[in-house]
Design a protein. Structure first.
Length: 403
């Protein structure tokens, strides 16, 4: 995986390449970015860049020796540094297939059976398949991919011991040893086993931690890393990726990219569930909340709870999108905001039933609900509580957070 394969993030790519070219690469980096912005594939592309034989000069050194055909070696000025891995040297070929012996991966795993002491390499075949198929997937996608269902993934003490063992070995080929540790949020106190290794690593060792939530990382580890912030993707970058990678038409891609709000994973999910009539679901819910009463509410909650976690999240994301457009219509005027006619009409209706502060409060509740859905909350209980909160926010003009 090269930088050219990563959606957007041009500034981050240039920054990372510059760190290598200017010899100011820290031994421990923390790639911090929200879900779907490409922090993990960017870390993998960076690892390939570091081991690339043309980037680190091995290819040029070999080429500078006597020719097989007797010509004198060329001594012209050194070529400019590469802004991306070459993609053709032996190291790049192995890195692209996720089999380079000096690039190691660590990620949350589950026991295959009771009593197991799992480590990441137990799932390396699944990991390679997952990254190839779903490079922008999140931790939930990964755990479902390995059949976790409702089990909690972990990066265990046994995994920490395995990391220490691997990184204390000599490098096999590149001269570097690289560890990409995805989701350090899954490291408990056992992560303190890694502190000495991170603080005083063997020569030419590079740690790349890839995280979404800074507050959930052990402070002792956080303080020993150099932060590399990975921003949300632009709407233009997601639109282009949907057209070129997901074979969407421009008419399909633009509204989806806008709703996804910088998250390419969400954009793909929206495309996958494009046949869902979220607007009808939302209309039925609001009618149940404001007009039809408890029986209609219970019926609607039963229906939404059967859709599955991913569709429930997409529904909440769509509602959030409409609320954001309603706020923009209030602030900028109807002639300054482009929306499909059906969405514009719905957003204008939302402005009639809820003011700016109420819409802001609803957005906060929807974000919180999506967070709990991602973490296996009971759907019926969650949507029942959310229905009551929305009723109080809209009907009673109550904007303070309900406990």
């Amino acid at each position: 995986m090269s930088f050219k394969d990563i959606i957007g993030q041009q500034e981050a790519k240039e920054h990372l390449a510059g760190m290598v070219q200017q010899n100011r690469l820290s031994h421990a980096l923390l790639f911090l970015g929200k879900e779907g912005n490409g922090a993990l594939p960017l870390a993998i592309a960076f690892a390939q860049y570091v081991v690339c034989e043309r980037v680190n000069g091995k290819k040029e050194t070999a080429a500078a020796g006597p020719s097989l055909f007797g010509e004198e070696p060329v001594t012209s000025n050194q070529p400019p540094p590469l802004a991306d891995a070459c993609g053709i040297c032996a190291s790049c070929q192995k890195a692209q297939q996720l089999v380079h012996p000096d690039i190691h991966f660590s990620y949350p795993v589950i026991p295959r059976k009771a009593g197991d002491k799992p480590v990441s390499t137990d799932y390396i075949t699944e990991w390679r398949e997952f990254i190839t198929e779903t490079p922008y997937g999140n931790a939930y996608d990964w755990l479902q991919f390995i059949g976790a269902e409702n089990k909690q993934g972990n990066i265990t003490a046994y995994e920490c011991n395995e990391i220490i063992r691997k990184l204390n070995l000599k490098s096999f080929e590149s001269g570097f040893k690289i560890l990409i540790l995805w989701m350090p949020e899954y490291l408990g106190n056992e992560g303190n086993k890694l502190l000495k290794l991170i603080e005083e690593p063997p020569a030419d060792t590079l740690f790349i931690l890839v995280a979404e939530n800074e507050s959930q990382i052990l402070a002792t580890i956080l303080s020993r890393t150099q932060l590399v912030k990975i921003p949300a993707l632009t709407t233009e970058a997601i639109t282009e990726a949907l057209i070129t990678k997901a074979q969407c038409t421009p008419e399909q891609a633009r509204p989806v990219a806008f709703i996804a709000a910088g998250n390419y994973r969400e954009a793909l999910q929206l495309i996958r569930h494009a046949e869902e009539d979220w607007q009808s679901h939302l209309r039925d819910w609001l009618n149940a909340i404001l007009k039809n009463g408890p029986i209609a509410q219970v019926k609607w909650i039963d229906e939404i709870s059967k859709l599955g976690r991913e569709k429930q999240k997409q529904f909440l994301l769509y509602f959030n999108h409409l609320l954001e457009q309603a706020i923009r219509l209030q602030a900028m005027g109807t002639d300054k905001v482009y929306l499909p006619d059906n969405e514009r009409d719905f957003a204008l209706r939302l402005n009639k039933i809820a003011g700016f502060e109420q819409q802001e409060a609803i957005i906060e509740e929807l974000d919180r609900a999506a967070y709990y859905i991602e973490r296996n909350a009971n759907a019926k209980m969650l949507f029942h509580a959310l229905t009551i909160k929305l009723y109080h926010i809209i009907a009673h003009k109550q904007v303070a957070r309900l406990m």
